[in-house]
Structures are given as structure tokens and as C-alpha cells.
Design a protein around this ligand. Structure first.
Ligand code: IFM
Length: 475
């Protein structure tokens, strides 16, 4: 079978109207962190602390998307994508995190949205992808309720400005990372290691989701509102009771804590019980869970790998997040649990490649929450690419995409209502604490010159989308 036929057959397994896209986030691509009245975010402060980012780099330049809207949009067009997912930088729009608006910041996103629409590309906008205004962190950050209130206000401002043209909204991206890497392990900004506060942060991120979702729906009842969660199937290393219990616990914190809150309006009892070792949940106020349980049009699924865990952390355990710098545990009340590798091939992040786990995850979500549509809003892999003679032969990433798109098709075959797939990422960019040392893009970026080159995986993906177009129009 030629590669081209392979893509045609794969594309034909998805329904008409399925949206194919690629994703980025503001701090990872924009650069120009001091331009035109943008305020500081927690990442601007964090990257300046020695030892926080493995290569000592920062997002000051990133891939210069702020000054190159046309360049990014033409890449999206060149790949033929239906949709582009990007995030709004909160401090670019509200430098102090409150209701005072920086027009120039909004203008940038107006231009981006208009250019995408002109190019026939549907924008999917994420409101929060980790760049909290530092002013709000100075007031206590996500562990404080006020941050959630300010986020609801920001969502209203953003929707008032863009809601006439943007119909797909993702409130919060990966609250697990924002809460537990930001406030428990300290691997991410703001770099705090406070287990109890990290659980309050997780709750307030969910309250923020509820408030943002309300603001958007009040502005446009037909808007599609979603939350982006990062899912991992969790397996016990053995059938021994401590390992089975470890799997239940990690699945609870990583997966069920957020989905049960958003889709059932409650935190799972077993997770609340586990967390009671470090918090009394006194930050949960009357009405919060109803707010968090606001109707969801779509659940955004970010998927990269799987976890295999042991209750015996001395048994060859490795860290879950494989943090590049010194950090604590991102698992409040569960830091005795170890993460083991199982011999599967790994990406450059050290993440095991487990496409079957994606099919399982989608089926499980549909089974547990049958009323909500699902969208893959991130899926991808880092590999150490090389630009040789104008080409990037990234066969490992191409195979990763082929296997994971196939895993989505398997889920669709079994009745999962999947509506979209976004590759992470459109282009190589700033990979948080890993700086510029990890490349996830469909497009290679020379970080010195800014030159962009579509990788072999990007060409493969473009062909897939080209075949998909002949099966029906995208949403
Ligand atoms: O780059 C990140 C992204 O910002 C959030 N999800 C995971 C990606 C890869 O680590």
C-alpha cells in the first residue's frame, strides 16, 4: 500500500464534517512578551529564576508569532487544515488580570481571527493555557478564589471582542498541569511546592471554567464550550493490591477528578478521601459544583501516553512528568507511588508510545459520559529532528501520528462521537521547563533564524486532511 492510499483509507474512516487541525499556545509561540502594553505572566517571572528552564531560555522570542500573523496563517493554509487552535494571552489583553483592557493586545487576536477566517480556517480559542497574569499570582494565584472570578471576567471580555467570529471555545487547558505542576511539584510556573494549595488551585481552575463557560453562553448560546483535559490510561504494574490501589489513585487525580467535576458535578469520593490527608476542602463553596457542572458541548481530550504505576516506589520507579529540573511530586497525598516503564518505544520526552491507550480512553469517556461529544485537541510527539538538505525526515513522528489517528478511527468505528483532531503542535516551540530542547511541530523551526520547514510528518498530515476534504466539509 502506498502512503497516499494509506491516508485515503484512514481519512475515509472519519465522518463528514470532522475537523482536522493543529494547535499552539500563546506563551509557547508568540514572543514579544514586553510589546504593546502586555503585562507580565507567571511564566515571564519563572523563566528568570536560575535553574527553572533546562536550557536557561525563555519565551521572549519563542517563534515570533506575535509579529508574524501572516506567516503562521500561511503555514496553516499550506497544510490545508480546517481548523487552528491557539490560546489568548490573558496578560496581553488584561495586563493586570483585572477588567482593564489593553486594546493592542485584543487587536492582535482580532487580526489573527480575521486572517484565519479569510483563509477559510476555523479558529478554536483556548482562554487559559497557563500564562496567568503575575499580578494575580501576587495576590495568591489559583489557590485563591479571586483568580477564578477574574478569569470569568476575562472570558467575558474575550468573548465580547471575538464571539461574533469565534464559535469554538476551550476554557482551561489541562488544569491538572496548571494546578499540580504549578503549585505541587513546582516544575511549572509559579514554581510553588504546596500540596494543599495545589488542590485549592485545581478547584478554582474548575470554578474558573464554570464562570467562563457561563460568560460565553450568555454572550452566545450557540457557542461550543469545552474544557481541555489531559488523559492517561493508568495501569497497575502487577495485580498486587498496592499496585492496583496506586492505579486507582493516579487515575483518580489525573482523569476522574476533573471529568466527574465537569460532567457529573462532584469530585469522586475516593479521591476526596485520598486528598483528605492534605486538605479539608474548605475552599469549596455552596453552588461551586453546579457552576463547574455547566452543560458542556464538547470535551477536549489531550493525549500523549499512558502510565504504569506501582505502590512500591522503590521498585524501579521513574517520575511521571520526567521533570528536567529539581521538583517535588505533582501527586498530592500520593507521592509514595512510582511510575514504571514497560519497554515500549518512547518519544524524546521519555513518554511511552501507546496508541491503543487512546482508543481505550475515548471509549471509556464515551461510556462514562455518553452525552458529550469528544474532540482530540492535542496529540503528538517530540523527537530530536534534524534539518538536512532542506528536509526533516521525522519518520518516528509520522508513525506516531499514523498510529494515533488510526486509534481514533478505531474509537469512531465503535460509536465514539469524535468531532475533531488537532495535532500538537503546528510548529516547534518553547516546551516549558524543557525550553527549546524538545520539538513537537509538524513544522520545523530554526530557533535562530525563524526559518520554517514542513517536516515529513507535516506533509503526511496535510495529505490526510486533503483526502478528508473529499469526504465532506469540516465544521
Ligand atoms: O507543550 C505542551 C502543551 O502546552 C500542553 N500539553 C502538552 C504539550 C507537550 O508537553
Amino acid at each position: 500500500m502506498t502512503i497516499d492510499n494509506d491516508q485515503a483509507a484512514l481519512a475515509a474512516r472519519f465522518p463528514a464534517g470532522f475537523a482536522w487541525g493543529a494547535a499552539t499556545s500563546s506563551y509557547q509561540v508568540e514572543g514579544s512578551t514586553k510589546a504593546d502594553g502586555r503585562g507580565k505572566s507567571i511564566w515571564d517571572v519563572f523563566v528568570d529564576e536560575p535553574g527553572r528552564v533546562i536550557d536557561g531560555s525563555n519565551g521572549e522570542k519563542a517563534i515570533d508569532s506575535y509579529r508574524n500573523v501572516e506567516g503562521d496563517v500561511s503555514l496553516v493554509k499550506e497544510l490545508g487544515l480546517h481548523s487552528y487552535r491557539f490560546s489568548l494571552s490573558w496578560p496581553r489583553i488584561c495586563p493586570e488580570g483585572d477588567g482593564r483592557v489593553n486594546r493592542a493586545g485584543l487587536d492582535y487576536y482580532q487580526t489573527l481571527v480575521d486572517s484565519l477566517l479569510e483563509a477559510g480556517v476555523t479558529p478554536w480559542v483556548t482562554l487559559y493555557h497557563w500564562d496567568l497574569p503575575q499580578a494575580l499570582e501576587n495576590g495568591g494565584g489559583w489557590p485563591k478564589r479571586d483568580t477564578a472570578e477574574r478569569f470569568g471576567e476575562f472570558a467575558r471580555i474575550a468573548h465580547e471582542a471575538l464571539g461574533d467570529r469565534v464559535k469554538h471555545w476551550i476554557t482551561v487547558n489541562e488544569p491538572w498541569c496548571a494546578a499540580f505542576l504549578g503549585y505541587a511539584s513546582g516544575e511549572h510556573a509559579p514554581g510553588r511546592q504546596e500540596p494543599a494549595a495545589s488542590i485549592a488551585a485545581a478547584h478554582h481552575l474548575m470554578v474558573g471554567h464554570g464562570l467562563a463557560s457561563r460568560a460565553i453562553k450568555e454572550g452566545d448560546p450557540d457557542a461550543t464550550v469545552s474544557i481541555g483535559l489531559n488523559f492517561y490510561p493508568v495501569y497497575a504494574a502487577t495485580d498486587a493490591p498496592p499496585d492496583l490501589d496506586a492505579a486507582r489513585r493516579i487515575d483518580g487525580v489525573q482523569n476522574r477528578f476533573f471529568t466527574d467535576a465537569a460532567l457529573k458535578g462532584r469530585y469522586p469520593e475516593d479521591v476526596v478521601e485520598d486528598f483528605s490527608a492534605v486538605t479539608d476542602f474548605s475552599f469549596v463553596e455552596v453552588g461551586d459544583m453546579e457552576l463547574i457542572n455547566a452543560p458542556l458541548d464538547c470535551l477536549s481530550v489531550n493525549f500523549y501516553s499512558k502510565f504504569t504505576v506501582t505502590g512500591d516506589a522503590d521498585g524501579g520507579a521513574v517520575s511521571a512528568s520526567a521533570a528536567p529540573t529539581d521538583s517535588g511530586s505533582p501527586w498530592p497525598a500520593n507521592d509514595h507511588i512510582g511510575f514504571v516503564t514497560t519497554g515500549l518505544p518512547q518519544t524524546d520526552m521519555g513518554w511511552e508510545i501507546a496508541p491503543q491507550g487512546l482508543t481505550e480512553t475515548l471509549k471509556r469517556l464515551h461510556n462514562n459520559y455518553p452525552d458529550v461529544k469528544l474532540a482530540i485537541t492535542e496529540n503528538g510527539a517530540a523527537f530530536p529532528d534534524k534539518l538536512v538538505d532542506g528536509q526533516v525526515a521525522d519518520s518516528e513522528r509520522l508513525e506516531y501520528f499514523r498510529a494515533h489517528v488510526g486509534a481514533c478511527a478505531d474509537a469512531v468505528d465503535e460509536g465514539v462521537p469524535l468531532v475533531a483532531y488537532f495535532a500538537w503542535s503546528l510548529a516547534d516551540n518553547f516546551e516549558w521547563a524543557w525550553g527549546y530542547t524538545k520539538r513537537f511541530g509538524l513544522v520545523y523551526v530554526d530557533f535562530e533564524t525563524g526559518q520554517r520547514v514542513v517536516k515529513d510528518s507535516g506533509k503526511w498530515y496535510a495529505d490526510l486532511v486533503r483526502h478528508a476534504r473529499s469526504h465532506g466539509e469540516a465544521q
